[in-house]
Design a protein around this ligand. Structure first.
Ligand SMILES: [Zn+2]
Length: 431
């Protein structure tokens, strides 16, 4: 493990040299940026007065209590997420596995039964019982079940029907819509590739032309947009890059342009990442942006790049840890976007996931830790493609690879119901 240099980066004399300079032109954006920098300056100076030498602490127990409560009871504020309930399961269960807190078997069973009720009779998972199947909760449900990692959890997933659902949202140009009649964007390609690869239903035909469609999302900035021709964005860039890694085609991206774009999204003063050029820092991009660096490291290594470090990712891992630990923790548990914002399970999951990426370099064979604030701050590593712990990925792959890949005669965009009345497809689904 690396010794982390003291004092903290944000305590150094030269840190104020990183403040934003507006070149004498004040805009709405520059005013907001300065406001955020001021609030972060206040947080660090209060911390400095209270702890002149100590290192920041991850409030493990407070986060654990907050997460544990969320599995059983949600406040009224979560009503708006009624169509994202499998996401709440994933955000909480993945946060718990990062904290290395075991999931009690009674809770695991309840989550399995709840997610089974979210599974659509025509395949895929919906945001809640009785709703329509959608790729985003499908991804969240499959990930949550793989985090649980029991036979009971794996058996919830109807793989034949999941494949039906994926075909029902596949478009002739290689893209996917999020749900039947819904919007296209690069999240859908990632959600589809992620669940198909984890459950061993990935067929070349299902992802025909998907690589070319994703490549069209990389724009002149170097990052990827939601659909071809728009602005590069951290969430979409992660999704597109991770989908290409699953499909084995990440080398077809302009990797150097992508590297330049993503490292430029780490904020000079704040240490965290912004989602797009000229936007404000936000804790959740600790994963969506920093999580791209392990994918890029591996891709450039495969390309024979000789200058790659064998100890560090290509972003400032200490600065990101300082931002998360000092600015994104609610003292009573849960993590958040930036100082002044409230905690929620989404930001808790993605701040912790980003913290894990910043603590752990490498993979199973080559591993190097850089933990700010001592061993008690250590999180479990996360898999940068699926964002669940690597042993849970291995376990799921092992389980589902014992099962045959369903025979695939399906066609893009055909509603699952039509195919069931087709005798060919019906006999296929019984095989
Ligand atoms: Zn956010």
């Amino acid at each position: 493990m690396d010794g982390v240099p003291t004092p903290l980066r944000c305590f150094r004399e030269c840190h104020s040299a990183e403040l934003f300079i507006d070149d004498g032109v004040e805009t709405v954006t520059s005013v907001e940026q300065k406001k955020v920098e001021r609030s972060i300056g206040e947080v660090t100076s209060v911390y400095k007065q209270a702890h002149s030498t100590a290192q920041p602490t991850l409030l493990q127990d407070q986060h654990y209590q907050y997460l544990k409560k969320g599995l059983r009871h949600l406040s009224d504020a979560y009503e708006c997420l009624d169509a994202s309930r499998p996401w709440l399961c994933f955000w909480i269960l993945h946060s718990l596995e990062l904290l290395e807190e075991p999931i009690p078997s009674a809770v695991a069973t309840d989550v399995c039964q709840f997610l089974a009720r979210c599974q659509s009779p025509t395949g895929g998972f919906a945001g809640g019982p009785g709703q329509h199947a959608h790729l985003a909760p499908t991804y969240a449900a499959v990930n949550a079940l793989c985090v649980i990692g029991t036979e009971e959890a794996y058996n919830v997933i109807d793989r034949e029907k999941l494949l039906d659902f994926l075909w029902s949202v596949k478009q002739p140009d290689g893209s996917f819509v999020m749900h039947i009649g819904g919007e296209v964007d690069v999240r859908s390609a990632y959600c589809a590739a992620s669940v198909a690869s984890l459950t061993n239903i990935l067929t070349p035909k299902l992802f025909e032309d998907t690589t070319n469609w994703i490549l069209r999302c990389q724009n002149w900035e170097g990052g990827l947009s939601g659909v071809p021709g728009l602005e590069a964005h951290g969430g979409y860039t992660f999704c597109g890059t991770a989908a290409l890694v699953i499909l084995g085609n990440e080398h077809m991206l302009d990797l150097k342009a992508l590297l330049r774009w993503v490292v430029s999204r780490q904020m000079r003063f704040e240490g965290g990442f912004q989602g797009r050029c000229n936007k404000l820092v936000d804790g959740c991009y600790s994963f969506w942006q920093a999580g791209i660096l392990p994918l890029l490291h591996r891709a450039l290594f495969k390309e024979g790049e000789s200058e790659l470090s064998r100890q560090r990712w290509m972003f400032d891992q200490q600065a990101l840890q300082e931002y998360i630990l000092l600015c994104c923790q609610n003292p009573i548990g849960g993590l958040l976007d930036k100082p002044g914002k409230s905690r929620d399970f989404y930001h808790t999951c993605y701040c912790l996931s980003g913290l894990s990426i910043a603590q752990h370099f490498g993979n199973k064979d080559l591993h190097h830790e850089m933990i700010l604030g001592g061993e008690e701050n250590r999180l479990a590593p996360t898999h940068p493609v699926y964002n669940i712990c690597p042993d849970k990925v291995a376990q799921a792959l092992q389980h589902f690879h014992r099962l045959p890949v369903p025979e695939d005669k399906r066609q893009p965009g055909a509603p699952a119901d039509d195919r069931q009345s087709d005798p060919d497809a019906a006999s296929n689904s019984q095989s």
